[in-house]
Design a protein around this ligand. Structure first.
Ligand SMILES: [Zn+2]
Length: 143
């Protein structure tokens, strides 16, 4: 089906496939915070990393968003409302200890997935319980 094919080749799916191939596991289209009710596209729960792949048009990409000439009285506030909501979502998630990563749909999936992988690894390391490690060897005694 045409609709399915275009969905399967979306930048978001390409990014997910790259992450999955690299061994990462995640949830998709979940709200990182139950009370927030705003879905992130890719969510790494334990690492607290939320990823949003923003559509160039709906989220006002500076490179691709062109304000519509017709009916701008309707569209302009709608797009700026989305952008304001995105910033508000970022602030709320960060306040709750989440790392928020946003990408434009026009960005390279390879570059996006590499950035996401690095952030998840970093957060996992930062959140890993501190282990005492192996016992220190006794200091060498001068003979
Ligand atoms: Zn764009």
């Amino acid at each position: 089906m045409q609709g399915n094919r275009s969905r399967d080749t979306s930048p978001e799916v390409a990014i997910r496939q790259l992450l999955h191939a690299a061994g990462f596991r995640y949830r998709v289209h979940r709200s990182p915070l139950k009370e927030l009710r705003r879905r992130a596209d890719i969510v790494f729960g334990p690492a607290k990393v939320a990823v949003f792949i923003d559509g160039c048009y709906w989220h006002g990409c500076p490179e691709h968003y062109v304000p519509p000439k017709t009916n701008s009285g309707y569209w302009r506030p709608k797009i700026s409302g989305n952008v304001a909501r995105d910033r508000d979502t970022d602030i709320r998630l960060k306040a709750a200890g989440w790392t928020v990563l946003r990408f434009w749909e026009h960005e390279s999936p390879e570059a996006c997935s590499a950035t996401i992988a690095a952030a998840v690894r970093e957060q996992r390391a930062a959140r890993a319980p501190v282990s005492p490690g192996p016992p220190m060897p006794p200091p060498a005694q001068p003979s």
